[in-house]
Ligand binder design. Structure first.
Ligand code: TA6
Length: 301
């Protein structure tokens, strides 16, 4: 498998595939713009560090475990074909199954300007069809350049419309949660999931003083994470997405989760997730496709 992958999709000195001790396959990318790692299971971006940035832009828990069928704590989990708990089946996995099932490589290449591109497709199985009995393809195209671009495309190849919820549930590396703010969601309505689920409106920039778990709706805005400790801004631009989720577990929830990198790994991460969730779930009509796109850029100051 590894030798076939490298023969068919490897790019000398830029893109290769290796087997992790857990039996999962990782893709390693290095080019003039930076480096990254992606796990084929879940098409799960695990790391990205552009040249010129002292710290990675994507956070991965020190306790992250790679295991077949298990989600990885950190990186950019693909939440699909639902976001959060399944609407009716409590036994179905939270945030859908896409992040814990095999994906296969369908394309690799070098774009203009020396960017490296990789495209993966979710491998449907009896298990996925049990939970999602629809004819469709799910592809993730990821381009490693000065910025990081991800395109999540759902193609409805059947003859019935279906509705999806989705997110690129990205964990960003920050200096400390007390020294960051998020701009771009001013005036937006959001479902506040801490202490029930109430609809509120964002006033001003977002700062963090406790557990924060908010689904901002009806917003296509670019968000900027301003990080005064690392002296950089992370720009989260998107298209094909009308929800943005902002999440920090804070100390109690992080300790309960147990895989956030004790004692205070949670202080160095912030999720700003480009999604279509709750009010913004997407109907993908039969024979059509829908793409959610994000572009991440780190700018030092
Ligand atoms: O996106 C925020 C959230 O829905 C939180 O409520 C929390 O559950 C987080 O996702 C992590 O979920 P996970 O299933 O990856 O542990």
């Amino acid at each position: 498998m590894i030798s076939e992958l490298n023969a068919q999709f490897g790019i000398q000195g830029e893109l290769d595939f290796v087997e992790d001790g857990s039996g999962l396959i990782l893709s390693r990318i290095t080019n003039a713009h930076g480096s990254g790692t992606l796990c084929l299971q879940g098409a799960h971006l695990m790391s990205w560090q552009p040249v010129g940035q002292k710290a990675p832009v994507i956070w991965l828990s020190k306790d992250a475990k790679l295991a077949v069928g298990k989600s990885i704590r950190g990186g950019a989990p693909v939440c699909w074909p639902w976001f959060g708990a399944h609407a009716t089946e409590s036994a179905f996995p939270g945030h859908g199954f896409a992040r814990t099932v095999p994906w296969r490589v369908i394309e690799s290449g070098r774009d203009v300007g020396g960017e490296t591109r990789l495209v993966l497709r979710l491998v449907a199985s009896e298990k996925t069809l049990e939970q999602w009995p629809h004819a469709c393809n799910l592809d993730l195209a990821i381009t490693f350049g000065e910025s990081l671009r991800m395109e999540l495309t759902t193609e409805n190849t059947g003859n019935e419309d279906f509705v999806i919820g989705e997110a690129l549930h990205t964990y960003f590396q920050i200096g400390d949660i007390s020294e960051v703010s998020v701009k771009g969601l001013e005036g937006c309505e959001y479902w506040d999931k801490v202490g029930g689920s109430n609809l509120k409106r964002q006033e001003g920039e977002i700062r963090f003083t406790g557990e924060t778990d908010r689904v901002y709706i009806n917003t296509a805005s670019e968000c900027v994470i301003r990080d005064d400790r690392l002296r950089r801004s992370i720009h989260v631009a998107k298209s094909g997405s009308l929800s943005t989720v902002v999440w920090t577990p804070w100390v109690e929830k992080a300790n309960k989760m147990g895989d956030m990198g004790q004692p205070d790994g949670w202080r160095e991460m912030l999720c700003v997730e480009s999604a279509n969730a709750l009010d913004n779930q997407v109907k993908v009509a039969a024979g059509t496709r829908h793409t959610l796109i994000v572009e991440y850029r780190a700018v030092s100051y």
